[in-house]
Ligand binder design. Structure first.
Ligand code: 5GP
Length: 185
């Protein structure tokens, strides 16, 4: 999957991720008791997290997916988000939970929240596996967060570099020589 020499550090091992995802699933199940959850997975990074999380959610739920443009190979989020694939279903009057892999500056999420709010869901919350607290450029509400992480470029468990490493079951930091260091990383 990945050569040992490419790894700078394993930030979150697999067992810790699984334990935390289970806790999040339990918390979400309690909070949405008596309701039907409409989960929006943000492609492609969130699919691994959403697939695991969903199995710990005990209330009726449906999934839908959105694909938006985010980082290129060496650029930073600008907050100008392009929708590559919109939702298939209408979210009006539904209890919507956005499931994200990582929130960095918050610009992408801010855009997404404003856009989805205009579609008049009954409620709109956010669940992210990872949050880079120190990098926020804008205040965004995060209802469920797996882990606060430092300002490091991470891959694994759905997160990629150049499309690779999403299938690694833990979160790691790549050695800088293995990626083209963009301005901020
Ligand atoms: P934001 O708009 O919050 O700055 O950017 C969020 C998006 O940036 C994420 O959905 C993800 O695609 C990308 N991103 C931010 N930090 C990282 C990181 O450490 N690793 C990877 N693989 N993607 C990241």
């Amino acid at each position: 999957m990945i050569e040992q020499e490419m790894i700078e550090e394993i930030l979150i091992p697999e067992n810790q991720i699984q334990k935390r995802v289970e806790q999040l699933g339990e918390q979400i199940s309690r909070d949405y008791q008596g309701k039907q959850l409409f989960c929006i997975g943000v492609l492609r990074g969130a699919i691994v997290f959403l697939a695991d999380l969903a199995r710990y959610i005990k209330v009726p739920m449906v999934f839908d997916f959105m694909s938006i443009s985010s980082y290129g190979i060496s650029t930073e989020s600008s907050g100008v988000v392009r929708i590559l694939k919109d939702l298939d279903e209408n979210i009006e009057n539904k209890d919507v939970l956005i499931v994200e892999d990582i929130i960095d500056t918050g610009l992408t999420l801010d855009y997404l929240l404003r856009m989805l709010k205009s579609r008049k869901p009954a409620s709109l919350k956010v669940c992210t596996l990872l949050n880079k607290k120190e990098r926020k450029k804008i205040k965004v509400p995060i209802d469920y967060c797996g882990f606060d992480i430092p300002d490091k470029f991470v891959v694994g468990y759905g997160l990629d570099f150049n499309g690779l490493y999403r299938n690694i079951p833990y979160i790691l930091v790549l050695k800088p020589e293995y990626y083209n260091k963009p301005m901020d990383y």
